[in-house]
Design a protein around this ligand. Structure first.
Ligand code: IPE
Ligand code: IPE
Ligand code: MG
Length: 269
């Protein structure tokens, strides 16, 4: 079976989550009007759990369903690139028990979900820093990258042990060593040079950055890449986020006026 042309795929670990390109409720947005890259700060798992008398870790478990639901919705809408913030370089500050849970749970879900993502035509890419990241988690991410490398329907950047400042620091180190060895002339360093040394040089600039749970900050996510991103905040806690929420925010995005520093003079008469 050619998975790239499969339009509706039932999935083993999430029998309830289907990706159906022909679903009648998908909003019709012209491909050129859609955000080419949506980045999501998936926030609120812990509060969602605590609000109903559950432990934070149960919130993370519930968040996995929202993740697959959101990926399905993004594919259905036709978004070419989606970045999900799964674990930040600052999240190591959490209790050792929560960090251990998050690492083990990430390893398990990447393992369990990559076949489904592959069936949906999604290409997985890990974006982050290797240092400190559990080797077993990195191994699952690399396996998912390899399994899905030829898929073209959507690129999914899984940002695990990612920090915007760490990414810029790592790029600076690489650039400095190029300069030191005489391969790069400092006066020729441009924005394009810096972009080439980021974790995912081919990443499209973020058009729409979404954060759930009512918090209004970007928490070090894709700093360079989202310099001109439109920001959208949802009060929904991540485990309750649905594809309809995503579609709603993307529909709102198409009415934004993006100027990128430019201006148009049009006095009303
Ligand atoms: C987001 O939910 C998941 C991660 C950061 C790993 P949180 O764990 O931050 O949940 P809250 O913000 O404490 O509710
Ligand atoms: C950002 O959420 C990181 C992820 C979603 C992975 P946090 O919950 O860690 O951010 P802060 O601490 O509220 O800024
Ligand atoms: Mg949080």
């Amino acid at each position: 079976m050619d998975t790239q042309t499969t339009r509706s795929v039932p999935n083993a670990p999430h029998p309830a989550i289907r990706m159906d390109l022909d679903a009648p409720d998908i909003p019709h947005i012209a491909p050129e009007s859609l955000p080419q890259h949506v980045a999501i700060v998936m926030d609120g798992n812990g509060r969602w759990a605590n609000q109903q008398g559950l432990h934070r870790t149960q919130g993370h478990e519930a968040g996995e369903r929202a993740l697959m639901e959101t990926v399905a919705g993004a594919v259905e809408l036709g978004i070419p690139e989606l970045s999900l913030y799964a674990f930040s370089t600052e999240n190591w500050r959490r209790s050792p028990a929560e960090v251990r849970f998050l690492m083990g749970f990430s390893r398990q879900t990447i393992h369990d979900d990559s076949a489904t993502l592959n069936a949906w035509g999604v290409r997985v890419r890990w974006v982050g820093r290797a240092q400190k990241l559990w080797r077993s988690v990195l191994g699952e991410l690399r396996a998912a990258e390899q399994l899905t490398q030829h898929n073209q329907r959507m690129t999914l950047n899984l940002c695990v042990n990612y920090g915007g400042r760490a990414e810029i620091v790592d790029a600076m180190r690489a650039i400095a060593s190029q300069v030191q060895s005489g391969r790069l002339n400092p006066s020729r360093i441009s924005e394009a040079t810096v972009a080439r040394y980021l974790y995912a040089p081919h990443m499209h600039d973020v058009d729409l950055m979404i954060r759930t749970s009512g918090e209004r900050r970007t928490s070090n996510f894709l700093m360079w890449e989202s310099a001109y991103a439109e920001l959208a905040f949802s009060d929904v806690m991540w485990p309750d986020f649905t594809r309809q929420d995503l579609w709603g925010l993307c529909t709102e995005y198409i009415h934004r006026h993006r100027r990128f520093g430019g201006a148009q003079d049009a006095p009303r008469v």
